[in-house]
Each structure stands twice: as C-alpha cells, then as structure tokens.
Write a protein of this length. Structure first.
Ligand code: 13P
Ligand code: 13P
Ligand code: MG
Ligand code: MG
Length: 361
C-alpha cells in the first residue's frame, strides 16, 4: 500500500493584521476535513497554523496532484476565508488569487508539498511550515541536511546514505527544473541555490530513487503579477533508517540564516525556529518563523504530533535570531535589510521611478 502525504497551505485572512489564524477559521477546516475522513476520501488529517498561514496536513492513498484532494483543500480555504470575511479579518481570502478551480490548487495561490511512498517499517516524518518568507528559504536548510557532512553525520557513517542524494532545482524565472547529484555536483548546486529568489529546491531523493523531501515552490508575486503577501512555504522531510536522523534534519535551525520576507515581504531577516504556540510574528511583522511537527506514519494514519522546536536546545537559536533581527532592523530602509532591486519589482519602486523620471538629468 502506498501512502500519500499532502501538506497544503494558504493565508485565508488573519487576526490583528498578518499575525495569527483565527480559531474559528481553524475549526471550519477541522470540521470539513473530519467529514472527508468519515467519507473515506482521506485517511487522516491535522490542522495547524504558522503565523497567519493555515496548513492542512492530509494523508490518503490517491497519489500526488489528485483533483479530489486538491478540491477538498480549495473548498476548505474558501470556507475558512468566508469566516474571515464575516469577521472582517485582515487580508481575508489573501491567498485565493483566482476563483475558478480546475483540478489543482497550484497556480491559484495556495502552497503545496506532496509525496507518495511505500511506508517503511517505521516512518518518522517532519512537516516544516514557515511564515513571512519565500520557498527559497528552504534551500540552505535542505542543502545542510542532505549534502553537508558537518551537519549530517550519517552522510559519512551510514552506508545507506553514503552515495548521496539527487536534488531537483526549479528555476522560477524560466519555469524549468534540473536534477543535480551530490556530493559530486555540490559546487554547481550551490551556484544555483545560493540565489534563493530564483532557484528553489523542489525535492530531494536518495540515489536509489527513494523520495526524502519535497517543498512548496509557489511564488505568489509571480502568479499575481504584484505583491500580495509572502508565499510562506511548507516542506515535508522523511527521517531515519537510511535517511538523515530527526536530529540531523533539525540541526540547521540551530544557526538562523537570513531569508527574504518579513515586513511587507520586502526585507531580509533571520528565520526563527519556534514552537507552534510561539509562531505569531509581531515585531515588524516578524521576524520570519518556522515550525516543525513530527509524526510517525502508520498505515496512513498520522500518529502525533510532536512539536519539534519546543526544546530549550533551540533557545540560543531564538536569541541569535533576535540579535540578528536587531542588526538588520538598524538598517531601516537600506539594503541589505530591504530586498534588492529585482526582488522589489512588485512593490512601489517602479512607481517611484516613474514619478521621478523627468527629474533625472
Ligand atoms: P537511540 O539510541 O536513542 O535510538 O538513537 C539512535 C540514533 O541514531 C540517534 O540519532
Ligand atoms: P503574509 O505574507 O504573512 O500575509 O505577510 C504579509 C505582510 O505584508 C507582512 O508585513
Ligand atoms: Mg497575511
Ligand atoms: Mg503569512
């Protein structure tokens, strides 16, 4: 039996600006997914939120890109957005960019990460969800986990991982993807993924084909043609038994790195790992947050969750992130706090340039 995990998310509106998902919106999602479970469409589900983004974790046997599963997620987001509209929540329906559903939510606004696999005798899976950032935020993380032996001891000492991994990289500008093999092509890989606004890791598999990680790659500004909020990506990573251990998967977050997003989606800031309960960004609408929920998958059922960053071992990372946030904030409207020109093209900058064009001598 093959199990499919679908992690589909959207910002459907939030409480006190872009701060947190309203409880009643989560309740609507839970109710609808419970009905889908009762009817046998999905095996199991879990509803959570990171900041102002609502995430639906679903397990089923229908494979990836299944129209019924995508329609279910779409209907949940529309119903939750209706609740948000009823209470005049902020940005109600923010990520519902297009109205007409035709079989897949990709390209309509929601972010999607899905994988299908034959369950191993024990199947630990980590779900990562971020707020106030973009899909390229995962590049550094996934590289460290699957290609850096200073992060992942198993790359050196586990014979099943010793051959390395295959990274699928999507070029968001050209809409094409390329597969690169590690360790032999790490310099080429880094040349691409070091530019996270354009090149994003879509999946990682072991060289024998076993799927290890998938990430959402949807960029809202490219769909909408203007700034409509940040993408706030999700990612699924399988762990243990021939894959990185759970602790190896979490280890990169001990040292926060800078990502694009934060205030108005236009600023670099540190990605702060935190427990679900603390994933409510407020300072300058941030700094960007990441949460991780761990489950054991058992015949499609989601056993858990464990709140992976609810550990004092990540206190120092949070403190570092706060210090980095101070350093970045000190720059105010200056780069590198504010994003570079290319990333700002969907904001006010073109209008400012247009207004001043005759005054340039
Ligand atoms: P345990 O001995 O606690 O099972 O841990 C094994 C391991 O590989 C940890 O990464
Ligand atoms: P979200 O993308 O999380 O909605 O945030 C948008 C924003 O403009 C924050 O300042
Ligand atoms: Mg929002
Ligand atoms: Mg958000």
């Amino acid at each position: 039996m093959k199990t499919t995990l679908s992690l589909i998310k959207a910002d459907i509106g939030s409480l006190a600006g872009h701060h947190e998902v309203f409880e009643e919106c989560k309740n609507v999602a839970k109710e609808m997914l419970q009905n889908a479970k009762n009817s046998g469409l999905i095996i199991d589900f879990y509803v959570t939120a990171c900041g102002d983004d609502l995430q639906l974790l679903m397990s089923h046997q229908k494979g990836v890109d299944n129209p019924e599963i995508h329609e279910l997620a779409w209907n949940v987001f529309k119903a939750a957005a209706d609740v948000a509209k009823k209470f005049k929540l902020y940005g109600a329906g923010q990520d519902i960019l297009k109205e007409a559903f035709s079989g897949n939510v990709k390209g309509l606004g929601p972010g999607v990460a899905e994988m299908e696999f034959e369950e191993r005798p024990s199947e630990p899976v980590l779900f990562f969800m971020a707020d106030k950032t973009e899909p390229g935020a995962w590049n550094y993380f996934l590289y460290k986990v699957f290609a850096d032996p200073f992060n992942t001891a198993g790359l050196v000492i586990d014979p099943k991982m010793h051959d390395g991994f295959i990274f699928e990289i999507l070029d968001l500008k050209e809409g094409k993807s390329v597969e690169l093999r590690t360790p032999e092509e790490i310099y080429d890989l880094l040349a691409l993924i070091g530019q996270p606004g354009r090149f994003v890791i879509r999946s990682v598999k072991r060289k024998d084909g076993l799927i290890a990680a998938v990430a959402s790659t949807q960029r809202l500004s490219l769909i909408a043609g203007k700034y409509v909020g940040k993408d706030d990506p999700v990612c699924i990573v399988r762990a243990q038994h021939g894959l990185p251990a759970v602790g190896e998967v979490l280890e990169p977050f001990a040292n926060p790195w800078l990502v694009a997003g934060w205030m108005r989606g236009s600023h670099h800031g540190p990605l702060m790992p935190c427990p679900v309960e603390k994933a409510k960004p407020s300072r300058f609408d941030g700094p960007p947050r990441v949460i991780s929920l761990g489950f054991q998958i058992c015949e499609g059922r989601l056993i858990g969750p464990a709140d992976m960053f609810d550990d004092p071992a990540f206190d120092l990372a949070r403190q570092k992130a706060n210090e980095m946030a101070d350093i970045m904030r000190m720059h105010g409207p200056f780069e590198p706090h504010r994003l570079g020109e290319e990333e700002m093209e969907y904001t006010t900058l073109p209008k400012v340039l247009e207004k001043l064009k005759d005054r340039f001598k």
